[in-house]
Each structure stands twice: as C-alpha cells, then as structure tokens.
Design a protein around this ligand. Structure first.
Ligand code: SF4
Ligand code: SF4
Ligand code: SF4
Length: 308
C-alpha cells in the first residue's frame, strides 16, 4: 500500500484551491470551474491535454457542472493550474463560500424563457468571483433555470432563479369558446372557461408561457417575461424545497441586487455551520422577504463584509 506523505494542513490548503484528495493516494482531483457549464472547444481541449500531462487521463463531471481531472500528483498542482490558466480556466469551488453557479440550457432550449447562460455568467462574475474571498456560514449554491420545468432544480439550491412568461387576459375580449385554445394548451390545468370567460388560477399557473399565441381572438397576451426566485432549497444530508418570493421580477438588475441582498443577509444573520434554509426558518420567511425588498442590506454592505 502506498505511503501517504501529504500533511493534513497541506491537504486542507490545496482543497481550498479546488484539489480534492484521491483517497488512499498522494494524488488529487483538480476541480476546474466552467463558469456555468459552458466552455469552448479550446478550453475542453486544454483540459483534456492537462489530464494526460498531469493526471491519469480521466476527467469526470460533477453535479455542479465543474470538471475534475483525476490523479494529479501533489507536486504538480501548480503546474496544472498554470497550464489551464492559458485557456482562461481556474480551479476552485470548495469551502463555505458561493459554490459554482449552475445553469440549464435555457438559452437554446425550446422552452427557455430567459437567456440562462447569460444570466448565470453574470451571477458567476458578480458573486462567485466577486464574493470569492467572502466567508459565509456554510456553502451557498445558486442555480438558474430557463422555465418551470425545473431541469436544473433551482428550487433545491440555496437560491434559485427561474424564467417566467406571464399571461395577461383581456376578459372583455374573451368570447368563452367551447374549445378554448388556452385551456387546451395549459399543461398545469390552470386555465379554464367558467361561465363564458377564461379564468386563470394564479395559485396553479406557473407562468410557463405555453399558452402564448393559443387564444383564437387575441384575448390573451404573454408579452411580459420575468424571473421567479426561490430561497432556502437544499439537497443532501438534509433536504428542503426552496420557498418562492411572492414578487415576480421583471428587471434583471433587480434580480441581481436581490441575490446580493440574500448573500448579505446570510452573511450577517447566519450562524456558523448553518445553511441558508435554517437561517430563513429561524428568522421567518416573511421577515426575510421584507428585508430583501428593502435597501438596508445593500446600504450596510461594507459593514457586513468587514465583519468576522
Ligand atoms: S428548465 Fe426549461 S428551459 Fe431549462 S432545460 Fe429544462 S425545459 Fe429547457
Ligand atoms: S380561445 Fe381566447 S377567446 Fe376563446 S375562450 Fe379561450 S381565451 Fe377566451
Ligand atoms: S402560463 Fe402556463 S400554467 Fe399559466 S395559464 Fe399559461 S399555460 Fe397555463
């Protein structure tokens, strides 16, 4: 059996850089950050070359869309990092910090209601990078999804954003058709003709936008796109489905600012070792919603980030 020579301190240090010990060996898996799961062919080529040059020739995908190169000897870690840096790639994604941002392929998906790669890349730069040195009470996961189909499970992340397309009914223009195109198209069965008029139940409608263009008389418009935000989801040793903020955002800037407020709230109110779901439960969801709607958290940003 191989003799392990790496001290626990060194192992911890390189874990902070994104190198996870390959159990029972002195080798490590280097976790390469893909921003949001989208890399260029050139970057893919660089990772493959690095896997052959420094690792055991194998790469694996993680649940958070990072790519791990296995079998890198401890003393080649820096060389590996320098090699992939040539393609603009870095390692990381561990610790009580913002974890790699994940995104579904909403940008190209036929159901996508928002440009998920664009939004998740902005989230990556402003928060994964921008808050990279900020120690949080525990890890914090952010996911961006293009529609309520939830392929990327934003509601099971500490914070999730989902694309929306809001139906708007002009009741006066509705003719109460025997076979209503909207009712037929609605996968949620939220739309129904009742007493000669279409009614959309807001407690069932998930703003999927599948009813767009389905009314025969233009009584329904679906011009407004938006974002729904989930808070406090988690999936692991303990599980929780995130709760939805009642406000549907229609402005990307507001979404980004609310993500920042959520991070500041977690940083200032969370107890060490506590996941965001637990912080929210302790404070109360309604109170959290109020705090996120106001400007105080952003006004206190410097003070919150300066705190130990
Ligand atoms: S969540 Fe919607 S937009 Fe994203 S991949 Fe799934 S179906 Fe497509
Ligand atoms: S198709 Fe349009 S006009 Fe006809 S019932 Fe449905 S919403 Fe009303
Ligand atoms: S947005 Fe989706 S759930 Fe809502 S009424 Fe239209 S099809 Fe149904």
């Amino acid at each position: 059996m191989a003799t392990l020579t790496i001290s626990p301190e060194e192992e911890k240090r390189v874990k902070g850089l994104g190198f996870l010990s390959n159990k029972g060996t002195d080798n490590f898996s280097g976790r390469v950050i893909t921003v949001n799961g989208k890399i260029t062919a050139q970057q893919m080529k660089c990772i493959s070359e690095a896997a052959e040059l420094f690792g055991n020739g194998v790469v694996t995908m993680t649940a958070r869309l990072t790519i791990e190169v296995q079998g890198i000897p401890f003393d080649r870690i820096e060389e590996f990092r320098a090699y992939i840096a040539k393609a603009g790639l870095v390692t990381g994604g561990t610790g009580a910090k913002i974890r790699p941002v994940v995104s579904c392929k909403g940008t190209t998906c036929q159901y996508g209601l928002i440009d998920t790669f664009d939004l998740s890349e902005k989230v990556h730069h402003r928060f994964f990078e921008g808050y990279g040195a900020v120690k949080l009470p525990h890890k914090f996961k952010i996911a961006v999804g293009g529609c309520p189909n939830n392929c990327m499970k934003p509601d099971l992340n500490d914070l999730g954003v989902i694309g929306q397309r809001l139906p708007k009914l002009d009741v006066d223009a509705c003719k109460g058709c025997k076979k209503c195109g909207v009712e037929l198209a609605c996968p949620m069965k939220a739309a129904k003709v009742v007493d000669g008029k279409l009614v959309i139940d807001p407690s069932i409608c998930n703003n999927c936008g599948r009813c767009a263009g389905k009314c025969y008389f233009n009584a329904l418009s679906n011009e407004q796109y938006g974002y729904k935000m989930y808070l406090g989801g988690r999936w692991g040793k303990k599980t929780a489905v995130g709760r939805t903020l009642s406000h549907i955002f229609t402005d990307e800037k507001e979404v980004m600012d609310t993500i920042e407020k959520a991070l500041l709230l977690y940083k200032s109110e969370g107890k060490p070792g506590e996941r965001f779901a637990e912080t929210i439960d302790r404070i109360g969801f309604e109170k959290v919603e109020q705090m996120l709607a106001g400007d105080e958290l952003l006004a206190r940003k410097e003070e919150i980030l300066a705190a130990e």
